[in-house]
Ligand binder design. Structure first.
Ligand code: CAA
Ligand code: NAD
Length: 283
């Protein structure tokens, strides 16, 4: 099935980035969230991003308008029937994702690919709630999507070769580099990244150093573009906690135990940059 129209589910930071790069690559794109306000906020963040490119002379006003015109809004999952590819980027919660995939399995046309941008959750388990597990695949973009070149591609047990090849081809069309990994908790990216972030939070929790010192050490000492606590705020502390819980549950090893300070911040609603407060304050 030729892919012309893509639905992106979840108009948060990842969904809007994914919709933007899809529209920039020439695909029609429907962006879906629970409320009209969330979808509108997502679309206006895409417009702001594109405007920045216009002001830098990297995009013309006309090109910006063409890209924006390829994007439409939806709060109804039934709109997925018009799409050949769905990329789910809703919150990192298995029950929420299963509910979405159950509905998509009923609503989409036969042959539609159901991809998920999950950071850590098992693709095989998610696929099991659908009637088309061969069409379900992990398509894990990195944040910020318009900038980061990697897409980690994860096949579930039943994912077909055709589905994998189609996703690999689209990833290349989006100007990204696909890298395949097997379906294990956290895949490769977050199995390695998130324990480092969790360890940085433990170091703060134990009073080994200030947050600024921890970040400065990792930035200057390891040449990381962002310190781990800044990066945690950037990713979203709720997402970091969900990923650590998936690693902890999935491997049953104490080395993946989420730091109590991370849990405390999430319980307080301090989710990082997206809520204006995490380890740092944001305007
Ligand atoms: N959205 C879109 N574009 C953005 C952006 C955003 N949020 N933030 C920055 N950019 C663009 C800028 O417009 C600029 O583009 P041009 O080169 O075209 O002008 C470019 O990125 C560089 O931006 P800046 O000069 O303002 O800032 P910077 O040099 O400090 O780079 C950064 C910003 C790219 C975010 C950099 O700090 C970085 O690479 N940080 C680490 C990001 C990272 O590790 N991501 C992975 C997170 S983990 C993950 O995604 C997986 C998961 O499941 C949790
Ligand atoms: P976010 O909190 O910014 O956005 C999540 C969006 O999903 C919200 O707008 C929310 O309203 C929406 N949503 C929740 N339930 C929904 C439902 N039932 N139907 C439709 N929309 C729903 O989160 P995010 O950072 O964009 O992360 C989204 C997904 O991408 C998660 O699975 C996360 O693990 C993954 N991811 C995140 C990052 C990151 O750095 N933040 C990187 C890669 C992958």
């Amino acid at each position: 099935m030729a892919i012309e129209k893509i639905m992106v589910i979840g108009a948060g930071q990842m969904g809007t980035g994914i919709a933007q790069v899809c529209a920039q690559a020439g695909y029609l794109c429907v962006i879906h969230d629970i409320t009209v306000e969330q979808v509108e906020r997502g679309i206006s963040s895409i417009e702001k991003n594109l405007l920045r490119q216009v002001s830098k002379g990297k995009l013309s006003e006309q090109e910006k308008a063409t890209i924006v015109n390829r994007i439409s809004a939806s709060t109804n999952l039934e709109d997925s029937v018009e799409c050949q590819l769905i990329i789910e980027a809703a919150v990192e919660n298995m029950e929420v994702k299963k509910s979405i995939f159950r509905q998509l399995s009923e609503l989409t046309k036969e042959g539609t690919i159901l991809a998920t941008n999950t950071s850590s959750l098992p693709i095989t388990e998610l696929a099991s709630v659908t009637s088309c597990p061969e069409k379900v695949i992990g398509m894990h973009f990195m944040n910020p999507v318009p900038v980061m070149r990697l897409v980690e591609i994860i096949r579930g047990l039943a994912t077909s070769v055709e589905t994998y090849e189609a996703i690999k081809e689209i990833t290349l069309k989006l100007g990204k580099v696909p890298v395949e990994v097997n379906d294990f908790p956290g895949f490769i990216s977050n199995r390695i990244l998130m324990p480092m972030i969790n360890e940085a939070i433990f170091a703060l929790y134990e009073g080994v150093a200030t947050k600024e010192a921890i970040d400065e050490i990792m930035k200057l000492g390891m040449n990381h573009p962002m310190g781990p606590l800044t990066l945690a705020d950037f990713i979203g502390l709720d997402t970091c906690l969900y990923i650590m819980e998936t690693l902890h549950d999935g491997f049953g090893d104490d080395k993946y135990r989420p730091c109590p300070l991370l849990r405390k911040y999430v319980n307080a609603g301090w989710l990082g940059k997206k809520t204006g407060k995490g380890f740092y304050l944001y305007e």
